[in-house]
Design a protein. Structure first.
Length: 340
């Protein structure tokens, strides 16, 4: 039985038919665009800036300013999409500005990527067009408006370009990530091929990464592909851990015997599930290692070290999640303990 129903709906470029957990920001964005025709949309990686802009303004012309870094390249890109039959060859930037059609909407992604020599002139000219009766609406996207303001370093340009029109997207909470994953999974995967515990594990792993929601979608797609390739009928926690390719097992060689015993116990506890508890870890440690483990008075500081090294993470409700494949971990621990 296949797991993935629509691979394209798990692509990073996919714009869903519904955006969750951004109702307030959507309302503000619509109001700013209706009144002033400009917005500077900001937020960390994986907060959905580009997706939100494309969702709200599906007819907008999209330009990535890291791929089109000069003023001329950006204008040429806009004109090619706005006027497909127009020949831009040999025209200087000044002329390209004149040929831009009115009443279009442009999304300028990663606007800080514009070359320093072009940035101020481009943004100043863009934001002043309305003063000459040439209306062009824009949504500029940046990770950090304060850094962008420093790069621009021109109060007049900043005032007309972005002042009083900045919308900041907060990082998603764990609960919001699970809600979004549930929706995206229901769109892209067959019914019954995932459960909330697996989605929660994906969220717990992703919320600790710089990619946040982007990482979560990648993990969902890759774990679904792994489960399907292995002939499974649904995604299991081990598929998620195997898809968590940022984790490197090399540091396991640096752990002492006590940490290895506890890591083994976490892995054994999580063989077929996403989470375990400190009590369950202690029970397994005693069963597996007996007197060797009995000498350890408290495992909390050992668990903290394993978390710092990226093998596990502590989640809400004093639960612990294993971040590395359980069977591989147990094999490696057994090999290292036998060497001593």
């Amino acid at each position: 039985m296949p797991i993935i129903k629509s691979r394209s709906k798990l692509d990073i470029s996919y714009v869903p038919s519904k955006v969750l957990c951004r109702d307030r920001e959507i309302s503000i964005l619509k109001a700013l665009m209706a009144s002033g025709g400009k917005v500077l949309l900001s937020g960390e990686i994986g907060t959905g800036k580009t997706m939100l802009a494309k969702y709200l303004f599906r007819d907008a012309i999209y330009v990535n300013c890291f791929m089109n870094r000069s003023e001329h390249a950006i204008l040429e890109n806009i004109l090619t999409k706005a006027r497909p039959n127009f020949n831009t060859a040999g025209l200087p930037s000044r002329k390209l500005w004149e040929y831009l059609p009115d009443k279009i909407t442009v999304i300028l992604d990663e606007v800080e990527g514009i070359l320093a020599d072009d940035l101020v002139h481009f943004l100043y000219t863009l934001s002043r067009r309305s003063e000459y009766g040439r209306k062009l609406r824009y949504i500029a996207i940046t990770r950090d408006p304060n850094i962008l303001k420093q790069i621009i370093n021109d109060d007049a340009t900043w005032s007309t370009f972005a002042e009083k029109a900045i919308v900041y997207l907060q990082p998603y909470t764990h609960e919001q990530m699970v809600e979004i994953l549930q929706y995206r999974a229901s769109e892209a995967l067959y019914e019954g091929t995932f459960d909330e515990e697996v989605l929660s594990l994906i969220a717990d792993i992703s919320i600790r990464s710089r990619g946040h929601m982007r990482t979560a979608i990648d993990l969902l797609r890759n774990s679904a592909a792994m489960a399907e390739q292995n002939g499974k009928t649904k995604i299991e926690p081990e598929d998620v851990r195997e898809a968590n390719l940022d984790v490197w097992m090399g540091d396991i060689n640096l752990l002492d015997k006590e940490h290895l015993m506890i890591l083994f116990s976490v892995a054994k506890a999580c063989e077929s599930k996403s989470y375990t508890t400190a009590e369950e870890i202690k029970t397994i440690c005693l069963d597996e290692f007996g007197d060797k483990f009995a000498k350890i008075e408290s495992i909390e500081r050992y668990l903290s070290r394993l978390e710092a090294e990226g093998f596990i993470c502590k989640c809400d409700g004093n639960k612990y999640a294993l971040l590395v494949p359980s069977l591989l971990t147990m094999r490696e621990v057994e090999r290292l303990i036998e060497k001593e």
